[in-house]
Design a protein around this ligand. Structure first.
Ligand SMILES: NC(=O)c1ccc[n+]([C@@H]2O[C@H](COP(=O)([O-])OP(=O)(O)OC[C@H]3O[C@@H](n4cnc5c(N)ncnc54)[C@H](O)[C@@H]3O)[C@@H](O)[C@H]2O)c1
Length: 329
């Protein structure tokens, strides 16, 4: 049994705590969150101890592994402290908002990189895994185009958005990692975007964007993001080549469809948000982490993958600000 501590009892900390609880070879030992009552409330749901001092996690010799689910600004310090205390780490994305800080992290964990994984959960989505396997098997032929549509149902609370680092480092970073996962390394990036929502414009961010990434082979990835979407959590990926197209579609609460003289409709709405849509991905991500740590092998994606996605997010920001194509080679 791998004994976990969950750092941060917010939206994603709750997802991870329940996922660990459901894993046959993992258990939640401790939940840590400095906000009074937050850790205790989650710990009570998963049968764990609670603390309001994150230092207790690093000092507890019975904790084998740590999930870092705190706000992004705390990730690097907590990853470094956990690794120094001999714990394996599954950290949330982004590793940090600054590439220099990620480099500090890589330096501090040198020799233990194989015990740290970054939570790009979409790599573990069953639809994405099947699409990637069939792509790699040559079903569409040479990969020429990837289209990634990722729209949130509603913007996160303003307090979260302010510390999130902006749309590219907070939201698009999942899609940038997915582009690398499917396409390999990216050579060029070009972005257009706009703030349609007053609150988001007010914090200097945008809510809607289109990115074009070009790989060294000439294949492209187009990413479409929106912070809001009336249809719900819209998550689609298409890969295209000379032999055909593979696509992952939105999951719905029910697959029952109506077909009649007035037209056809799909009864069930899209699954509401990330915790429902990617439940299977979070479980598979955790299983990959547990299995790798048990075996002493390196889990993937790594902090280096987190750094590569962050570099793309920074380049996206530059492209938007300068209204130009940014070269990464
Ligand atoms: N992979 C995903 O699907 C996914 C989804 C959502 C969020 N995230 C990432 O997870 C992180 C947290 O996001 P969230 O949506 O859960 O935020 P959140 O605001 O819902 O929760 C953050 C929690 O951390 C606690 N906290 C504050 N300071 C802390 C500290 N110093 N140490 C420990 N805990 C502290 C807060 O009290 C809160 O309970 C962010 O980095 C975000 O990018 C990832």
């Amino acid at each position: 049994m791998l004994r976990f501590a969950i750092i941060g009892a917010g939206r994603i900390g709750q997802v991870h705590a329940r996922t660990v609880l459901a894993h046959p070879r993992a258990e939640v030992a401790l939940v840590a969150d400095p906000v009074p009552g937050a850790a205790a409330a989650l710990a009570a749901c998963v049968g764990a101890q609670a603390t309001e001092s994150v230092q207790d996690v690093f000092a507890d010799p019975t904790v084998d592994a740590v999930v870092v689910g705190s706000p992004t600004a705390y990730h690097v310090d907590q990853i470094i402290a956990a690794v120094a205390a001999g714990k394996a780490v599954l950290t949330e994305k982004p590793v940090d908002l600054s590439v220099a800080r990620v480099d500090e992290c890589l330096e501090a964990i040198r020799g233990s990189e194989h015990r740290v994984m970054v939570g790009f959960n979409r790599r573990f989505d069953p639809g994405v895994l099947e699409l990637k396997a069939r792509l790699d098997a040559g079903e569409v032929g040479e990969l020429r185009q990837v289209t990634i549509i990722s729209r949130d149902p509603a913007a996160a609370p303003a307090q979260y958005m302010v510390g999130s680092g902006g749309i590219f480092k907070d939201m698009t970073i999942h899609d940038l990692d997915m582009a690398r996962f499917l396409l390999g390394e990216i050579a060029e990036i070009s972005v257009s975007g706009h703030a349609f929502i007053d609150d988001i414009r007010g914090i200097g961010d945008i809510d809607t964007c289109a990115l074009t990434l070009t790989s060294a082979t000439g294949a492209t990835a187009t990413i479409l993001n929106s912070r809001v979407c009336a249809a719900g959590y819209d998550q689609r990926i298409e890969v295209f080549g000379p032999l055909g197209t593979l696509e992952t579609t939105n999951l719905r609460s029910t697959g029952v469809q109506f077909h009649g003289a007035s037209g056809t409709s799909v009864a069930g709405p899209y699954l509401p948000f990330f915790l429902e849509r990617y439940a299977a991905a979070y479980a598979a991500e955790l299983d990959h982490f547990v299995t790798a740590i048990e075996a002493g092998t390196a889990p993937s994606p790594s902090v280096a993958d987190g750094r590569a996605a962050l570099l793309l997010a920074e380049a996206a920001g530059r492209s938007l600000a300068e209204r130009s194509m940014v070269s990464l080679v």
